[in-house]
Ligand binder design. Structure first.
Ligand code: ATP
Ligand code: MG
Length: 622
């Protein structure tokens, strides 16, 4: 039953169990489908318990989809389908105290903004330029992703100025540890560190799984590879799928050479899928042309896409005078297509986020429902972060970033000077530090009120976050603060707070712990924000990985946008742009609409654009 509906190659990949496997195949050939069917096959036909299979995917959305699909086939919900990050969180929530550091299992997770704040603080402390914060953060992050036992030695050995961030990194790790906090990279870094240094912990985790599967393998980085090695141990029950040509994250440390490494180190059998089920022939012709023009070093990797589908589908390209006419053209198309398609069957894939603005205003005029999936999410808004920081801090009074965010929000007269005194008094946690700091009478009064209010809620946040939130809003006069602080924008901000309280209310009713909820938010990527509502989705090409729509628009196909101006600096990044274009075209099932413009406004001035080189390459197909 489970093998039904699979072609012979797919079936072979599901049934083969004699060694590790790397399944290599082009976009839309059913790799993800094979992976989910293999899970069902192992459980149903081979008697392996679903909870003894670990499957790792690239985004939480992909993980959820996989859980749903397996559940439909088996009638049970498998527990260990997750992203690298959420898997690491599970390891550390269970075993962080075995790290031999002062972390405990209730550590908080700092997002990029939290961690940048800490880096800035340290640069000030070390009399270095705060403007370097971004660069320092990047170096530290990279050092963790390219896992070596000491990130400090690694940084010191880098060419100047990167080498000068070793001291920053030392201070940064110290600060985070004393806050009982980890950043995103730490999650993987400390999981690997733990499994690498503690044989018992390694045994425990690797014995938990009979099978380990990985989707989108081409975008794994060094540390993720190490994690897989540690979990695999001596076993060879590994199954990875990927497409060399869809590697689009090398700028974030992913290594397509991990595919060869996987085959070599695990003695994996290479299997292939050749037929494409997603797209019409004309769409595949375009995708094939794009991959055929790759630099010679990659050419032996090229997998041609074939399909049996007879229908032609629709492909159209149009050049427009400017961005407004391009948006109108797309809006008209969507309006026509909406007679035969749902809005959610259509997506606009953009190379850069600023491009979404033009569509927004035109779609509003046309009454086209749309959803922009962008980086700055609900939970990144200031008022939401303020309130969540209160809750996070009450749950973990060691959390420095949260403390510094809330101590003077709303303003209670505790400024920079007082804060640096409090910092000096930090020993175990920030409540004690605040209590023990000598402050002028007025500040003392404010501090005592703050302490008293927060202490009243200790121990409650985990189970009753909504109750605590509402009490805090009341106690600290948060609404008055919002009105004063944000004036014209305050109504919108209140709406956001109301939305947050709705979410926490539901959470409390369900009895789901607050910490788990925070994890879910922090670990969701752009792609996870795609809901199921009936609207046209506007998202970046990077976020579109693994997904598919009947109708896809690729606008703004111009030099310096796609490929991006930044990519001109190296051949390697130009090649990555080409792969990104391949990923973009292969998201389309039936219709693909390409467009470019003659001119765009840049900083208030007209700038003339050149058609993207990709359009010239595929002109015979347009
Ligand atoms: N044997 C099959 N019969 C019918 N449809 C199939 C078959 N195999 C795959 N499909 C369909 O083809 C589409 C692409 O499959 P899937 O997403 O698994 O491909 P993929 O190789 O993972 O693509 P990507 O490289 O973009 O991640 C899906 O809609 C899937 O249901
Ligand atoms: Mg896939």
């Amino acid at each position: 039953m489970i093998l039904q509906g699979l072609n012979p190659q797919q079936r072979a990949a599901v049934e083969y169990l004699d060694s590790a496997v790397f399944l290599s195949a082009g976009a839309g050939s059913g790799k993800t489908k094979v992976l989910t069917h293999k899970i069902a096959y192992l459980v149903h036909e081979k008697g392996i318990r679903a909870n003894r299979i670990l499957a790792i995917t690239f985004t939480k959305k992909a993980a959820h989809e996989m859980v749903d699909r397996v559940e439909r086939m088996l009638g049970i919900r498998p527990r260990w389908i997750s992203t690298f990050h959420s898997f690491s969180v599970k390891v550390l929530r269970e075993d962080a105290d075995l790290l031999g550091m002062s972390f405990d299992r209730r550590f908080v997770i700092y997002d990029t903004a939290d961690s940048l704040k800490v880096v800035k603080e340290i640069l000030k402390r070390l009399n270095m330029d705060v403007k370097e914060a971004g660069a320092a953060q990047e170096v530290i992050s990279k050092a963790k992703q390219e896992y070596r036992s000491s990130i400090f030695d690694y940084i010191e050995a880098l060419p100047y100025p990167a080498s000068s961030y070793a001291e920053v990194a030392r201070e940064y790790q110290k600060d985070l540890e004393s806050s009982n906090a980890m950043d995103y990279d730490d999650l993987l870094y400390f999981s690997v560190e733990l499994l690498a240094t503690s044989p018992e912990t390694r045994m425990k985790w690797s014995e938990r799984f009979d099978y380990v599967m990985i989707d989108e393998f081409q975008d794994t980085n060094d540390i993720q590879f190490s994690l897989i090695q540690l979990l695999a141990g001596q076993r060879r029950t590994l199954f990875a799928v990927g497409d060399f040509f869809q590697c689009i994250y090398t700028w974030r440390g992913s290594r397509p050479s991990n595919i060869e490494r996987f085959i070599r180190e695990f003695g994996a059998k290479e299997m292939r899928l050749e037929k494409n089920y997603r797209s019409t022939r004309r769409i595949l012709d375009i995708a094939n042309t794009i991959v055929n023009n790759v630099e010679s070093g990659w050419s032996h990797k090229v997998l041609q896409l074939h399909t049996d589908r007879q229908e032609e589908g629709d492909i159209e390209y149009k050049n427009h005078p400017d961005a407004i006419s391009e948006s109108i053209w797309i809006a008209e198309k969507i309006r026509k297509l909406s007679l035969s398609h749902a809005y959610s069957d259509m997506a606009i894939l953009i190379r850069m986020t600023f491009l979404s603005r033009a569509f927004e205003s035109i779609f509003m005029q046309y009454g086209i429902p749309y959803t922009i999936i962008r980086g700055l999410a609900f939970y990144d808004r200031a008022e939401i972060k303020d309130l969540l920081s209160y809750l996070r801090f009450i749950a973990n009074p060691k959390d420095r970033a949260s403390f510094e965010r809330i101590i003077n929000t709303p303003a209670r007269g505790i400024g920079k000077k007082a804060l640096s005194k409090i910092r000096e008094n930090f020993r175990t946690d920030w409540l004690t530090a605040l209590r023990e700091t000598k402050l002028p009478a007025k500040q003392r009064l404010a501090a005592d009120l703050f302490l008293k209010t927060l202490e009243g809620h200790i121990g409650l946040v985990e189970e009753r976050p909504y109750t605590v939130l509402m009490a805090l809003i009341e106690d600290f006069g948060f609404f008055t603060y919002i009105e004063k602080e944000y004036k014209d924008e305050s109504a919108e901000r209140m709406e956001n707070i109301s939305e947050l309280s709705n979410v926490l209310h539901a959470l409390e009713e369900e009895g789901k712990p607050f910490s788990e909820f925070m994890e879910d938010n922090l670990l969701s990527s752009e792609q996870d924000k795609i809901g199921n509502e009936d609207s046209v989705k506007i998202l970046t090409l990077h976020a579109a990985k693994g997904l598919e729509w009947p109708v896809v628009f690729l606008p703004a196909l111009e030099e310096e946008i796609f490929p991006s101006a930044k990519s001109f600096l190296s051949d390697a990044s130009l090649e990555e742009e080409r792969r990104l274009f391949y990923v973009g075209t292969t998201r389309a099932k039936e219709r693909l609409y390409l467009s470019s413009v003659e001119s765009r406004m840049k900083f208030g001035e007209i700038s003339f654009m050149t058609r993207s080189r990709y359009l010239d390459e595929i002109r015979h197909h347009l």
